[in-house]
Design a protein around this ligand. Structure first.
Ligand SMILES: [Zn+2]
Length: 262
């Protein structure tokens, strides 16, 4: 391969990398529907029915779930998911697990719930889970009730975590970014189970801790560098990492081109 061709290939790959964090999608489009959290009252509680699907032993997370009962694994995964969406720099949103209520069901009752569905052996449907966020009929910008239902079929701890983290994102107010392959809200099953730049940008957009800046100044600053210019908060390590990688790409391309053409 010539150095020009290899350079073009690497440049194309760079563009693809940047396009991977191309933006978040809101669950209800321009209505910006979100949970009824405010800066003064930022906590939203989710009630779990205390049930669990059969969970396959898995080496995920260094075997930390290996000797635990299924219900304990579900509780830990739900708590991890709630924490994940609560720790976005610049966002005031805080999600927490309420007391277990075995009688909780998926219905419009203004109680955000997580329930485990009974397995219908006659059904061929293999849906891993879904979320139903209901906007307030009197104020469509507020999600008054979001119910998550997880399949009761046997699955791995990692898959269960992926589904719960993703469905919580819908309750937060985010939809599917079809162009992104890195977002927790995309259909991609690859990569780490953590919030990506687009996911964090979406949470930050819906629940900004401060209004002393314009959103476009921050989100438009650089692909994946959310928080870098947010003056009241230190950017996280992940944000630094993205910025370092992006700033380093021209040098990586140049060095790689030399190496290939050598
Ligand atoms: Zn989804």
């Amino acid at each position: 391969m010539s150095s020009i061709a290899s350079s073009r290939l690497l440049t194309t790959l760079t563009v693809i990398v940047c396009l991977c964090c191309s933006g978040f999608v809101l669950m209800f489009g321009n209505n910006h529907a979100k949970l009824p959290a405010t800066i003064e009252d930022p906590v939203i509680s989710f009630t779990w029915d205390g049930k669990a699907p059969p969970i396959e032993p898995s080496s995920w997370r260094n075997d930390q779930y290996k000797d635990l009962e299924d219900k304990e694994i579900v509780r830990l995964i739900i708590e991890e998911g709630l924490t994940l969406w609560s720790e976005v720099d610049g966002s005031y949103l805080r999600l927490k697990l309420a007391e277990v209520d075995e009688s909780i069901t998926e219905k419009l009752d203004s109680i955000h719930s997580i329930t485990i569905a009974k397995v219908d052996e006659n059904s061929s449907t293999l849906t891993a889970g879904y979320a139903r966020p209901f906007p307030d009929p009197h104020n469509s910008s507020i999600i008054i009730d979001c119910d998550i239902v997880i399949t009761g079929r046997k699955q791995t701890a990692k898959n269960l975590a992926r589904v719960i983290f993703h469905e919580l994102g819908h309750c937060v107010g985010l939809g599917h970014p079809h162009e992104s392959f890195t977002s927790l809200m995309s259909y991609s099953s690859a990569g780490e189970l953590s919030l990506k730049a687009d996911d964090m940008a979406g949470v930050f957009f819906l629940y900004p801790e401060s209004d002393d800046h314009s959103f476009s100044d921050i989100y438009g600053s650089a692909c994946g560098s959310l928080g870098i210019y947010y003056k009241n908060h230190s950017p996280s390590q992940t944000n630094h990492l993205w910025l370092i990688i992006l700033l380093s790409l021209p040098f990586i391309i140049r060095i790689s081109s030399r190496h290939i053409s050598a």
